[in-house]
Structure formats: structure tokens, C-alpha cells
Design a binder for this molecule. Structure first.
Ligand SMILES: Nc1ncnc2c1ncn2[C@@H]1O[C@H](COP(=O)(O)OP(=O)(O)OP(=O)(O)O)[C@@H](O)[C@H]1O
Ligand SMILES: [Mg+2]
Length: 568
């Protein structure tokens, strides 16, 4: 008998066929179960410890999932799913995972009955197409120039979040920030409303959350470089640089031999002249404020201070870009290339203030100038709270941005899902053969959203969902906006509760969830190239501890061992 041929490395882990499929389904289900309680207005928070020992206190699906360390590849791709949802629309990151988990779970009995995955996938894909078409049919257009209406939608999005306790403050902040970045251009494109680039959230510790506001300008965690520079300038002329204002070190090593003291002095003089020349080039355009991304030597500070200029150094590239946007300045690389047109004149105030222990520079834009960048100043006593407020704010800003880009809305509270589910059930009657069951499964899976909302507020799930189904069946053309009131735990018309969501968020949720489910169902073999890692785990955890011990104060979020004072 010949020896067995080993193709795979003996340490490689392999799961095939049914085992792999059921494993994937199990992983997807588990992950969905983890964050099921985080959906809706009565959601629970989760306290997640990250690898650095920081604490994240949140109910944001993506923020929870990205911190947890999973091993199963299917679970990893679910986490990726939630991240992709966050990237593309910024909301619905919990829903998408729950929905995908449900789609997978409902495929399980079909697989055990030997329905081929491709059949399930083609039925799912068709159902997705019909679901999107149905959603678009239900969509209602919103007048985005109506502030009250916009506030209502953002309020509904934030209603599920921790910040809802601060009322309309955050809603207003999100809307104002998006309006500033959008500017006066009525048909700004998605690329122009780039919130990541032009809106920044700065957390200033201390004070009360209610003191948070939108600042039409840039806030920098900096002080002026020289104590005698002016700290308050009205209508400043701003010059932005991305070069060093110190004498350049040569790239290759150079040796200079000085024979006499005078030679050395000459050398120093030459360096000084260089700097003086640079500063003279800058002073030529008569700026009040000079900001550079790189260094600024003591000598340069001296010359600039003499010229009455206030200088800031080592700005972040992103801050410099926003500063260019709000001041109208051009970022210049060489001082000798500075021209009058590069000077920014659109700002009305430059001010350095001391808040708590830090110096902060505030540069505000003239209100009448259409400068499209802003900073959201968040105040709060507790770092965990501020981090969660920031995450919530990003959700709200993304929703506002989505509506500005596409003002169509669909009802929330599970109403859209119920309406789509009813529609799919109706359409499934025309599908024959083996594809009908998986198609119906999609309709059934949609109900997971209202079901979870009801569950999370502690009402009677079976009764409420049955009633809701009946309501939709009774008069689908009229009752399509009925869903659950996630606060009181009863049926409600979304026209009354005012819970509406952007169409793009909902349709993206459906698309991502179903596409991810299809992809996972198509897998019939899991091969892990790396050797089994089980006995590697402990050293990693230990290494993490060690590195923490050696670098105290490296915790990203709050401090380890910090309580949850805001939960009271
Ligand atoms: N007052 C309400 N009553 C009923 N349902 C609501 C209410 N407010 C929001 N919802 C529903 O809650 C769901 C959104 O919940 P949540 O914001 O917790 O999760 P998500 O948007 O999926 O994920 P995340 O916001 O974490 O990215 C939506 O389906 C929405 O329609
Ligand atoms: Mg949400």
C-alpha cells in the first residue's frame, strides 16, 4: 500500500461541506445575538474593554464589534459588514448584523434538507431586488430646507442613542455642522460634503455637555510658540506653510572643518542669515498669523515676533487643510513663493484661550463668508461620556448628510420591514418550485427588526407581531407606515411617532445584509492556512499586559477600572 499523500500542511485546520456551512451560520447567529439588545430606543449599552485597557461604553453596533476579538472567519466577515455599513452610510450598523444573522439562520433548515446553496442564493438575490423596489415605492420625499422636518429625522436617529437625554442640543449641532460643510451650494455632491475631512469633533475636557456647540472655524490644541506673540487678533491675515522654518539639515552627512574661531562664527552667521531671509520673505506679505505643519526654530520665532506675527507650529495636515478652507489661504511650500493671493483673509478672529489645563486656539470664519468647514466643540466631564457622545454625533451627522444628498425617507420602527415583508410574501406566490421557500424566508427574516425592537422594550412579542402582520395585511396601501413604538411597546403609525429614516440607510442595510449572507452561504470549505493558534493565545494576552505596564498612560479611551458614573 502506498503512503498517503499529504497535500495540506498537517497543522492546517479544515472544515468542509455541511460542517463549514453550519459553522458559519452558527457564528453569524452568535454575533447577531451579541448585539441584539443594542437595537432601538430602549437599547442596552455595552461596556467593551479594548486591547489597550480602555473602556468603550456604547450601543453603536460597529463600535462594539470592532473592539471584540473573534476567531471564526465568518464572524470576522460579519464585523467587516458592520464596518462597511458605517463607512458607506454611517447608521444601521446594528440592524445590518441582526438582519444578516437572521437570513443565515433561516437558511439552516433548508441546507439540512439538502437544498443547494445556489438555489437559496438566487432566491435571496431576487428577493433583495424586489425588496429594494418595494422600499423605493414607499419612500416619501422630505423638504430639506425645512429645518423642523430635518430635525425630526435626526431626532429619530439619535432617539436610540445615549445623547437623547440631552434633547435637541445634539440634533441642532449635527444639522448645523452639515449645513456649514454643505455651504450655500444647493446641489453639493457626496464628495463635497466630506464630513470626515471638513468637520472635526474636538473634545475639550471639563464643563458640561450642554456647553457643546458648533464652531464655524478651526480649533487647535496649541499655544503660540513665543510668549510675547499676540493671543488675540481681529481680522487676521493668515499664511499657511507646510515647510520647516529652521535651517535645513543636509541629507547626507557633511563634515565642516573650522580652523579658526572666525570660521565657525561665519558658519553660524550663514545659518542665521538663511533663517532671517526666510522670515523676511514671510513678512513681505504682512501676515498676522503664520501656521506651519513642521518645525519653527527659536530664531525664526524671534524674527516673526519682531515683525508682529503670531506663529503656530506642528499643525496636523488635516487641520491645516481645514484652516485653508476657512481662511481662504493656500498652503505654500516655500516662503519665497508666497504671494498676496495666498494669504487668507476670510477669518474674523484669532484667539488663544486657556481651558482647564490646556491652551486652545480658536480661529473663526467670518459669518458671511461661504467657508465650508467647522469644528464641533464637545464639552463633558467624563471621557467615556464624551467618546460616546462623539460616536452618536457622527451617526446623526451622517444621517443629516444622507438626507441632504437624497431626501427620500422611509418609516422606521420596523414599519418598512413589515411592509416589505408583506410585499415579498405577496410576490412569492408567483414563484414556483424550490425557490419559493428561501424567497419567503427573506420576508420572514425582515420581521426580525420589529421583533427585536419589541423584545428590547419588554412587550409581548408574539401578540404584537401578529397584530402588526394583520394590520399590514388588512390594507397594505394604507397601513404601510405602521410599525412598533419602541418606547411604549405598542403598535403605532410612524406618521404619528415621527420615526423616519433615510432611504439610503435602509436600502443599504438590506443590500449589505443579504449580500453578506449570500457570500457566507456560498462557502463550503474553510481552510485556515495558519497553524492552530489555541496555544498562542495566552502569550499574546500576556504580551499585551506587559506592554501596558511599560507604557503607563497609553490607554486610548478612559482609564482602566473607571466606573460608569453617567449610568445613574
Ligand atoms: N422611537 C422609536 N420607536 C420604534 N423604533 C425606533 C424608534 N427610534 C428608532 N427606532 C428604530 O430603531 C432602529 C435603529 O436602532 P439603532 O440606532 O439602535 O441601531 P442601528 O441604526 O441599526 O445601528 P447604529 O445606530 O448602532 O449604527 C431602526 O430600525 C429605527 O427604525
Ligand atoms: Mg442608529
Amino acid at each position: 500500500m502506498s503512503a498517503p499523500v499529504l497535500v495540506l500542511n498537517t497543522t492546517a485546520k479544515r472544515e468542509t461541506g455541511r460542517e463549514a456551512q453550519l459553522g458559519n451560520i452558527g457564528a453569524a447567529k452568535t454575533l447577531a445575538d451579541v448585539i441584539r439588545t443594542c437595537l432601538g430606543p430602549k437599547s442596552m449599552l455595552k461596556m467593551v474593554l479594548d486591547a489597550m485597557g480602555g473602556v468603550a461604553l456604547t450601543n453603536d453596533g460597529n463600535a462594539i464589534l470592532r473592539e471584540i476579538d473573534v476567531e471564526h472567519p465568518a464572524a470576522k466577515s460579519m464585523i467587516e459588514l458592520s464596518r462597511a455599513q458605517d463607512e458607506s452610510v454611517g447608521d444601521g450598523t446594528t440592524s445590518v448584523v441582526i438582519l444578516c444573522g437572521e437570513m443565515m439562520q433561516l437558511a439552516e433548515p433548508l441546507l439540512t434538507r439538502d437544498v443547494h446553496p445556489t438555489v437559496i442564493i438566487s432566491a435571496y438575490t431576487r428577493a433583495l431586488r424586489d425588496a429594494i423596489a418595494a422600499l423605493e415605492k414607499f419612500a416619501v420625499k422630505l423638504d430639506i430646507s425645512n429645518r423642523e422636518e430635518m430635525m425630526k429625522v435626526i431626532r429619530a436617529c439619535l432617539g436610540t442613542k445615549f445623547v437623547s437625554q440631552y434633547g435637541d442640543l445634539m440634533v441642532g449641532i449635527a444639522l448645523d455642522a452639515v449645513n456649514i460643510v454643505r455651504g450655500k451650494n444647493p446641489d453639493a455632491t457626496a464628495a463635497e460634503i466630506d464630513l470626515k475631512k471638513y468637520a472635526r469633533v474636538d473634545k475639550l475636557p471639563g464643563g458640561d455637555v450642554s456647553e457643546s456647540h458648533v464652531f464655524h472655524g478651526v480649533v487647535l490644541n496649541k499655544d503660540v510658540t513665543h510668549a510675547k506673540m499676540r493671543r488675540r487678533i481681529e481680522n487676521p491675515r493668515i499664511v499657511l506653510l507646510d515647510c520647516n522654518l529652521e535651517y535645513k539639515k543636509t541629507e547626507s552627512q557633511t563634515n565642516v572643518e573650522c580652523n579658526t574661531e572666525a570660521d565657525f562664527e561665519k558658519l553660524l552667521k550663514a545659518e542665521e542669515r538663511e533663517i532671517e531671509q526666510m522670515c523676511a520673505e514671510i513678512l513681505r506679505v504682512k501676515p498676522d498669523v503664520v501656521c506651519t505643519e513642521k518645525g519653527l526654530s527659536d530664531l525664526a520665532q524671534h524674527y516673526l515676533m519682531k515683525g508682529g506675527v503670531t506663529a503656530l507650529r506642528r499643525l496636523r495636515k488635516t487641520d491645516n487643510n481645514r484652516l485653508a478652507r476657512i481662511s481662504g489661504a493656500t498652503i505654500v511650500h516655500r516662503p519665497e513663493e508666497l504671494q498676496e493671493s495666498d494669504v487668507g483673509t476670510l477669518c474674523d478672529l484669532f484667539e488663544v484661550k486657556k481651558i482647564a489645563d490646556d491652551y486652545w486656539t480658536f480661529i473663526s470664519s467670518k459669518p458671511e463668508a461661504d467657508t465650508r468647514a467647522c469644528t464641533i466643540v464637545l464639552r463633558g466631564a467624563n471621557k467615556d461620556v464624551m467618546n460616546e457622545v462623539e460616536r452618536n454625533l457622527w451617526d446623526a451627522m451622517n444621517v443629516a448628510r444622507n438626507i441632504v444628498l437624497d431626501p427620500r425617507l422611509v418609516p422606521g420602527g420596523g414599519a418598512s420591514e413589515m411592509a416589505v415583508s408583506y410585499e415579498l410574501n405577496r410576490l412569492s406566490k408567483s414563484i414556483e418550485g424550490v425557490r419559493q421557500t428561501p424567497y419567503r424566508n427573506v420576508a420572514l427574516a425582515m420581521e426580525v427588526i420589529p421583533r427585536t425592537l419589541v423584545q428590547n422594550c419588554g412587550a409581548d412579542v408574539v401578540r404584537l407581531i401578529t397584530e402588526l402582520r394583520a394590520k399590514h395585511a388588512q390594507d397594505p396601501a394604507k397601513n404601510w407606515s405602521w410599525g412598533v413604538d419602541g418606547i411604549r411597546g405598542c403598535m403605532a403609525d410612524m406618521y404619528d411617532t415621527g420615526v423616519w429614516e433615510p432611504l439610503v440607510v435602509k436600502s443599504q442595510t438590506f443590500k449589505s445584509a443579504i449580500e453578506a449572507a449570500c457570500m457566507l452561504l456560498r462557502v463550503d470549505d474553510i481552510l485556515s492556512g495558519a497553524s492552530k493558534r489555541s496555544n498562542e493565545q495566552q502569550p499574546t494576552a500576556k504580551a499585551m499586559e506587559d506592554s501596558e505596564l511599560s507604557e503607563p498612560g497609553m490607554g486610548m479611551g478612559g482609564m482602566p477600572g473607571m466606573g460608569m458614573p453617567m449610568m445613574g
